[in-house]
Design a protein around this ligand. Structure first.
Ligand SMILES: NC(=O)c1ccc[n+]([C@@H]2O[C@H](COP(=O)([O-])OP(=O)(O)OC[C@H]3O[C@@H](n4cnc5c(N)ncnc54)[C@H](OP(=O)(O)O)[C@@H]3O)[C@@H](O)[C@H]2O)c1
Length: 343
């Protein structure tokens, strides 16, 4: 089997570190791993395959110089905007975790469980975009239900972990929690969030737009429609909560046709990378802690609407750093190898 030279851009970040762990745990066919980051982390090391590999400074020639074939980007939108085209120019496929290219018409936006066929469109730009973390787990759970009953409208409220805002945001929550234990709650001023996040819930992720929605909420709207190739109505309210890892979502979905909770369980049981946790008598439902370090989307609290036979409600949880970022990117790379890699 052919092995690939793989770059991880942003290798020292929350998502980049997880990417390296996922590549290793899935036994991705790697010939050589090239970790890239900013000047600040150049010279530090990351662990892969029992070895310490030195992080290199990202430059425009990093990809050609290292003969990179697959480049996984998670170093922020500006870095992707500037450097993903260099990776593509050097002949690599760039799989980008940031929001920069997601809505570009000529860049495919892919969740392998939902629209793997879009990967073939990578050739136009050399870039494949990885959706927003909240979108990925939602569309994985919705796809089998959409295929059965056709979605008309989705209303979703998210409860998003701080790791969605990066490694420093995780530290900010830990520092604030520590300050509470030492009765010194005023010691840590918020930096990554608009308010203190410890013991709090903040209904504000990313910037506000003129229509009153945040960019994060509009990402869920636009990206879901692009991935599912379906113009359903969507409204999202995205909330940051003091959880380290694992985004939760309360989803209400109205279909074109009559739906049933029992049939939904049956459909989701057969779906790839979905696990049902739904036994109220045993307090068995998904939680962020139970989803940590897992590669599946967990679904529970599946119930019919009290008034409308076309509406279902459920609760979806997934590890945002894995399912919502690293694992989805690596699954895209695996699918790319399967369908395009050898051509
Ligand atoms: N966290 C999530 O759940 C999630 C999910 C989906 C997508 N994303 C997206 O993925 C990206 C990274 O997120 P994160 O949470 O991993 O952030 P993070 O923990 O802050 O890590 C950022 C990474 O980017 C590197 N970097 C920053 N500026 C750079 C530059 N000029 N050149 C090269 N490398 C640079 C950093 O390297 P240094 O160590 O050198 O600073 C670090 O490795 C963001 O665009 C984010 O929106 C995150």
């Amino acid at each position: 089997m052919k092995k690939y030279t793989v770059a991880v851009v942003g290798a020292t970040g929350a998502v980049g570190q997880e990417m390296i762990r996922v590549l290793e745990s899935r036994q991705f066919p790697i010939e050589r791993l090239v970790p890239l980051a900013s000047e600040k982390s150049a010279g530090t090391t990351v662990e892969f395959g029992g070895k310490h590999i030195t992080v290199e400074k990202l430059t425009h020639s990093s990809f050609a110089d290292n003969h990179i074939e697959i480049a996984l980007f998670s170093a922020g939108g500006d870095v992707s905007a500037e450097f993903a085209p260099s990776a593509a120019k050097a002949g690599a496929v760039a799989i980008d975790n940031t929001s920069h290219f997601r809505m570009h018409e000529s860049v495919p936006l892919v969740v392998p469980e939902v629209n793997p066929e879009d990967i073939k469109l990578w050739k136009t730009t050399g870039i494949i975009a990885n959706p927003n973390c909240s979108t990925i787990q939602m569309v994985i759970a919705l796809k089998p239900l959409h295929d059965e009953w056709e979605i008309e409208r989705i209303d979703v409220s998210t409860y998003q972990a701080v790791s969605g805002a990066g490694a420093r945001a995780m530290q900010e929550l830990m520092d604030q929690m520590q300050s509470i234990f030492t009765f010194n709650f005023d010691a840590f001023e918020p930096k990554k969030f608009p308010h203190k996040i410890a013991l709090n819930a903040i209904p504000h992720i990313d910037k506000f737009e003129a229509n009153g929605y945040t960019k994060e909420e509009l990402k869920m709207v636009n990206e879901s429609q692009k991935i599912m190739h379906h113009k359903m109505q969507i409204s999202a309210t995205c909330v940051r909560v003091p959880v380290l890892r694992g985004h939760s979502e309360a989803i209400t979905v109205r279909f074109k046709n009559e739906a049933s909770a029992l049939k939904a369980v049956e459909l989701l049981q057969k779906a790839r990378d979905v696990v049902i946790m739904d036994d109220n008598s045993k307090n068995h439902y998904p939680t962020p802690l139970a989803s940590t370090d897992k590669d599946e989307v967990f679904v529970g609290r599946i119930r019919a609407d009290i008034y409308d036979k076309k509406t279902l409600h459920f609760w979806v949880v997934a590890d945002n750093l894995r399912v919502g970022a690293a694992t989805n990117a690596v699954r895209i790379a695996e699918k790319w190898i399967e369908t395009e890699g050898a051509k």
